[in-house]
Design a protein around this ligand. Structure first.
Ligand SMILES: *[C@@H]1O[C@H](CO)[C@@H](O)[C@H](O)[C@H]1NC(C)=O
Ligand SMILES: *[C@@H]1O[C@H](CO)[C@@H](O)[C@H](O)[C@H]1NC(C)=O
Ligand SMILES: *[C@@H]1O[C@H](CO)[C@@H](O)[C@H](O)[C@H]1NC(C)=O
Length: 323
């Protein structure tokens, strides 16, 4: 009996310790000077995007096993992230691990009045859609796991989740490989939402009407002698969630659309991420479905489709896949 009690105590201790070690984020004062802000916001600039109402919004430095991975502005009123900001540090596609979705008990959000819980998504018809996606976190399995927090998830239908992967997450990663493949480049990304009119579970969890992302390739750390043919690069993506129309373009064009959609000033990166292009806004269109290839290509096309499907599945059904 005593042995039993002892092992029960030990078990409890281990579980608690484990839980403690895996604690998942801490609150950040947006006015502070803390390293987490500097790591994930380019030049330490806090995006200007929908007025942050201090009462119902918080900044979370997202950690996993005591390491910091990204930062999230979370709305306790709408119970979704407004955006997550992160960096792509590895452009090698090595990891296809999953995570297990968890809630954020460590940042004073234990109360389901303040955050979405698993039950909100169960049988809702919506998936937990990553803002900072699995696909962009290739620094290791823990890097991927760090993204599996409900504070980094918004309700997306399966179709929207797949489409966003196809028109934004994957092309952005590939484009980064083409245009920002320098050892000392820093790749800053912000992925955010425009709040929608509808919500899951009678008003609890907002269903975004748009998803957007903005990416900047900062090459200023690159040795000057190597800089001759290198210039900074940026891109913005926007997708309407109900009809899945989308567009990509300059950050300025994205900001123009977001300003109209949110009826407030928008500036996602600091001033030197500005091109001199004419701002015309993004024109959203639906993706044209690729036509069937002719015979000779069909095999490779089929293979491609298969690997894409696997990729999408990995992206889509993380809940069933525990680490
Ligand atoms: C945001 O805040 C600014 C200044 O505090 C104010 O002028 C503006 O009207 C606010 N916008 C919204 C949409 O609340
Ligand atoms: C968070 O997760 C823990 C463990 O899975 C659970 O006990 C708790 O009720 C959850 N809280 C919320 C708000 O979902
Ligand atoms: C931008 O969108 C166009 C279609 O409008 C697409 O052909 C192109 O591949 C996209 N570029 C990137 C980098 O996502």
């Amino acid at each position: 009996m005593e042995g039993y009690t002892a092992s029960l105590l030990l078990y409890t201790f281990l579980v608690l310790t484990e839980e403690f070690q895996i604690t998942v984020g801490y609150l950040v004062d947006p006015e502070s000077n803390i390293q987490c802000l500097k790591n994930y916001f380019y030049k330490d600039f806090r995006p200007i995007y929908m007025n942050m109402t201090t009462k119902s919004e918080i900044l979370i430095c997202q950690t996993w096993k005591e390491q910091e991975y990204f930062i999230t502005r979370y709305s306790t009123q709408y119970k979704i992230p407004i955006y997550s900001a992160y960096r792509i540090d590895s452009l090698k596609k090595k990891y296809s691990n999953y995570g297990k979705w968890r809630n954020e008990s460590s940042v004073g959000l234990q109360n389901p009045i303040k955050q979405a819980e698993h039950l909100d998504y169960t049988y809702s018809g919506f998936q937990r859609g990553h803002l900072n996606p699995r696909y962009h976190n290739q620094n290791g399995a823990d890097n991927i796991r760090a993204t599996y927090t409900l504070t980094n998830a918004v309700p997306k239908t399966m179709e929207t989740n797949i489409e966003w992967f196809l028109v934004a997450e994957q092309p952005l990663f590939k484009e980064m490989r083409k245009r920002c493949f320098y050892p000392n480049a820093k790749r800053y990304i912000i992925v955010g939402v425009v709040l929608g009119k509808f919500s899951m579970k009678s008003g609890r969890v907002n269903i975004p009407s748009y998803i957007w992302s903005a990416a900047y390739c900062d090459t200023s750390q690159i040795n000057h002698t190597d800089r001759a043919h290198i210039s900074d690069w940026s891109i913005g993506y926007l997708m309407k969630t109900d009809d899945k129309s989308y567009a990509n373009g300059s950050i300025q064009d994205l900001q123009y659309n977001l300003q109209k959609l949110t009826d407030s000033k928008v500036q996602l990166f600091n001033n030197n991420v500005h091109s001199h292009q004419q701002i015309s806004g993004l024109k959203l269109v639906q993706r044209t479905k690729s036509r069937k290839r002719s015979r000779p290509n069909s095999l490779s096309c089929e293979t491609q489709k298969k690997s894409l499907n696997t990729e999408i599945q990995n992206e889509q059904i993380p809940d069933e896949n525990e680490y």
